[in-house]
Design a protein around this ligand. Structure first.
Ligand code: UDP
Length: 414
């Protein structure tokens, strides 16, 4: 059988401390309508990256509503995950010529077939995340559950050949979810298409309140000079996060802000074979500057430390060039730390109004905004507070639960 990630039950009522009662009430009422429903998310990694981050908080909350929620993780070898990473990249617009080769398709299909045989199918609703397990439904066509495909990437301009390959599998689902309208590929023919943005949990170890002096002490212990300015990017070691652009912008900014330090905090995920080479390349670049530090989940920089970086850094950078959503933006804003971010994918959703002045389209623009904000900390503080309010109103887990439960309710006909 496939691995079920071991998680407990949370208390939805905690959310009453941080946001409007009516949304919590609606979520509780939807949970009552669907009490006992067996719901299972499927993805390809239990840690590293946004989907895993989401599900760790989401499953326990679903359980607190009376939904029997689980999370199963598909298995794969390096060859399979090399292909699925290429599919992920191709959905975001990269080309993947090898998809035309029968052996590439077979590899993807055989792994999905093998995983379909190992899946516990005893559920009423499956939510299949991203392209890795997208063909499971095809190999379980007799299964009576409702099947939803959830896309977490910017699929607005997918590679055509890859989209032609994946589309028939996706269209066998009862519904598809995208983060925003503009990510829905035009040719997708599926009756139910919903849009909903991801969300963060303010009570997770990644986001819970930690006193500023403790955060600063953590950074001090990691080797930073906490009397000098620190900027940080937190993201998987991935080309779309533009880590070299971030380092180049830092270098330009440092010409005007002497003593500036940069933390590149990254994570490896077992379904991302490209991350090792990317990590090595980032390290090779970082080593040229004593004030660039590279950390990862494999060297002990986990949720609490990321939390500390997001709270104690003077600014967070997320210079993505493609981005499904970018939970890291919401995470930093929730901590009132302003973000200078790539004007890409789902990031602008999180930075409306005046925050959008800090969406950037180039290294130079990124450097200019960093310098301006470091020289005008009162502006950064004010907009950080505004960012927290944006997250509170739009990107907390209760809103995501509400959106998903509404869709599920409409599909199961309760
Ligand atoms: N993350 C982490 N440690 C790291 C890098 C990233 O815990 O070193 C987490 C980050 O806090 C966020 C998630 O991984 O919760 C990344 O999600 P996001 O939506 O930003 O990007 P994705 O990886 O899904 O493309």
């Amino acid at each position: 059988m496939l691995q079920k990630v071991s998680l407990g039950t949370a208390d939805i009522n905690k959310y009453r401390w941080v946001e409007a009662e009516d949304i919590v009430d609606e979520v509780v009422s939807l949970g009552n309508d669907l009490k006992g429903l067996r719901l299972c998310h499927i993805n390809s990694t239990p840690f590293g990256g946004g989907v895993a981050e989401l599900l760790v908080s989401y499953i326990p909350l679903m359980r607190s509503l009376g939904i029997c929620a689980d999370w199963q993780v598909i298995r794969g070898d390096r060859r399979f995950f090399t292909i699925t990473k290429a599919l992920h990249n191709a959905l975001q617009g990269a080309s993947f010529a090898a998809i035309e080769q029968p052996k590439t398709r077979r590899e993807y299909q055989n792994h999905n077939l093998a995983n379909a045989r190992e899946l516990d199918t005893n559920y009423d609703v499956f939510i299949v995340n991203d392209p890795q397990p997208a063909a499971l439904r095809h190999y379980l066509s007799e299964n009576n559950a409702k099947w939803i495909w959830r896309c977490h990437v910017d699929s607005s301009q997918p590679d055509e050949a890859v989209w032609d390959f994946l589309r028939p599998y996706i269209e066998q689902h009862d519904a598809a979810i995208f983060t925003t309208e503009k990510f829905i590929p035009q040719s997708l023919n599926i009756t139910n298409i919903a849009t909903m943005a991801p969300a963060i949990c303010p009570f997770s170890s990644k986001n819970m309140y930690i006193k500023k002096h403790v955060c600063r002490e953590m950074l001090d212990n990691l080797g930073f000079d906490i009397n000098r300015l620190i900027i940080t990017q937190v993201s998987r070691f991935d080309r779309w996060k533009d880590p070299f652009g971030t380092m180049a912008a830092y270098r330009l900014a440092k010409e005007k802000v002497p003593g500036l330090q940069l933390a590149m905090v990254g994570s490896f995920a077992p379904d991302d074979p490209e991350s090792w080479d990317m990590h090595a390349a980032i390290n090779a670049e970082a080593i040229k500057d004593d004030d660039i530090f590279v950390f990862s989940n494999l060297t002990g920089v986990g949720n609490m430390e990321v939390n500390a970086f997001q709270r104690a850094s003077d600014l967070i950078i997320q210079k993505s060039i493609r981005e499904g959503f970018g939970l890291v933006v919401a995470e930093a804003l929730w901590k009132e730390t302003l973000v200078v971010a790539g004007n890409a994918g789902g990031i602008p959703l999180q930075m409306p109004g005046e925050l959008s002045n800090y969406l950037v389209n180039s290294v130079e623009e990124c450097a200019d905004k960093i310098v301006y904000l470091l020289q005008n900390p009162a502006v950064a503080r004010r907009l950080g507070k505004e960012g927290k309010e944006t997250v509170r109103q739009n990107f907390l887990m209760t809103r995501l639960l509400r959106d998903e439960l509404r869709l599920i309710k409409s599909l199961v006909g309760k």
